[in-house]
Design a protein around this ligand. Structure first.
Ligand SMILES: Cc1cc2nc3c(=O)[nH]c(=O)nc-3n(C[C@H](O)[C@H](O)[C@H](O)COP(=O)(O)OP(=O)(O)OC[C@H]3O[C@@H](n4cnc5c(N)ncnc54)[C@H](O)[C@@H]3O)c2cc1C
Length: 380
């Protein structure tokens, strides 16, 4: 067992860090205000091959593993989590196709997304549910060689960007509670995004309501073909394992940024004639934060390693997600204590990290459900 990064991984880490500091950081204020991600920025990330870094070259990816993917996500989130998340949701559509589509579908649909020309979406959540596949109301009905899709999805990331969406629909013909995953081009006739959400944080992430009004796509867009019809729940579970890995890496990147900010501030802020880093109360907070960051880092890489080996990830992804999402919450909160009143102003990025971090406990399945998954294999 070797816990060291390879030379190539160290170079990647360094490149993503430099890119994020040089190209993303100067745009953060604009993205926070405009609540959008500049398409030019996505093009730069595409040109570096990071939109499909973890997927094989034959499908348009860069041929690396989930470890390189985790490194990229951690470093990008250290600067701005919204941008990392925009890319990770595209990767989740990638996982949706990579794990469950037919070879023909992979060759047809993946290159455009893994090379970053299209930015994918993954659409499960609806007004009535974000957690229960049995409660879906968006319907797909077969009409000859086509699907006809009707309904409403909400909280769908990247829905305003061109590319494909893997959408989950109630498929009544397959029986009660059955759903089917279908690949639809965003912007197709009958597809609209009437609202982009104004959120508490993650402002650079474009999250929309989606209306599907008699959307027609070829029947052959059923993810995985006939064999996977009615097995949308399986697609959901398999794809969200990868989605959760992304959330974990994002949590660690944000926690790392919070720790660095607190350490730097504590060395510069003087009280009673000495830097506050001399106070044991501050040392204790920083010791706790550093421990959370270190453990988070290690378990994300261990889970990424398992993902790269193609192993079943359900329990690991749920446990890693539980730990890292709660850890970033603790770390951001403690960083604010170290930084006192200034932490509460928009002069420092820590208040944004505190807001952005909350999402890691909610999306890709709420933590209450992660707790249940984390226990399942022990209680069988
Ligand atoms: C910024 C953002 C981006 C998002 N992006 C996407 C996206 O791209 N695609 C997408 O499909 N969705 C997306 N979502 C939706 C997100 O995944 C859901 O909001 C999330 O899964 C929770 O669903 P819900 O809000 O319907 O909560 P509900 O299911 O209504 O749950 C509310 C609460 O009830 C409890 N609860 C619910 N079910 C259970 C259970 N079975 N066991 C125990 N407790 C339970 C939990 O405490 C939970 O927090 C996004 C959300 C946000 C905020």
């Amino acid at each position: 067992m070797d816990f060291n990064y390879t030379e190539e991984q160290l170079m990647l880490k360094d490149s993503v860090r430099k890119f994020s500091e040089k190209e993303i950081a100067p745009l953060v204020k604009w993205m926070e205000t405009e609540k959008r991600t500049p398409r030019d920025l996505i093009k730069k990330i595409k040109d570096l091959g990071w939109c499909g870094i973890q997927y094989p070259e034959k499908y348009g990816g860069s041929g690396n593993s989930y470890i390189e993917y985790a490194i990229m996500q951690i470093e990008m989130s250290r600067v701005y989590c919204s941008t990392a998340c925009t890319i990770s949701v595209n990767g989740m559509l990638g996982a949706n196709i990579m794990k469950f589509a037919t070879e023909e579908q992979k060759m047809k649909f993946l290159p455009e997304h893994l090379n970053g020309d299209g930015i994918g979406s993954f659409a499960f959540t609806e007004p009535s549910t974000g957690s229960d596949p049995g409660a879906l109301r968006t319907t797909c009905v077969r009409d000859g060689d086509e699907w006809v899709i009707n309904g409403e999805k909400n909280f769908i990331t990247n829905a305003s960007m061109p590319g494909l969406m893997g959408i989950f629909c109630k498929d009544a013909e397959m029986g009660p509670g059955k759903c089917t995953n279908i690949l639809i081009p965003k912007g197709i006739k009958g597809y609209s995004t009437p609202r982009i959400y104004d959120k508490m944080g993650m402002h650079g992430l474009e999250v929309c309501d989606v209306v599907l009004d008699n959307v027609r796509v070829p029947y052959e867009n059923t993810t995985g073909g006939e064999a996977m019809r009615g097995k949308g729940f399986q697609v959901l579970l398999g794809s969200t394992q990868i989605g959760k890995l992304s959330v974990c890496a994002q949590a660690v990147g944000m926690a790392q940024a919070a720790l660095e900010a607190a350490v730097q501030y504590s060395k510069e802020r003087v009280q009673r004639g000495k830097p506050i880093s001399n106070f044991q109360t501050i040392q204790s907070l920083i010791g706790d934060m550093a421990t959370d960051v270190m453990v988070g880092h290690q378990i994300v890489l261990a889970t990424a390693f398992k993902a790269s080996e193609g192993k079943e990830l359900a329990a690991d992804a749920a446990r890693t997600r539980l730990f890292t999402s709660e850890a970033v919450h603790r770390v951001a909160s403690k960083a604010m204590q170290v930084m006192g009143a200034y932490s509460y102003t928009t002069e420092f990025p820590i208040e944004r990290i505190f807001r952005d971090a909350k999402l890691t406990e909610i999306y890709e399945g709420v933590n209450e459900i992660q707790r249940l998954i984390a226990a399942t294999d022990l209680l069988r």
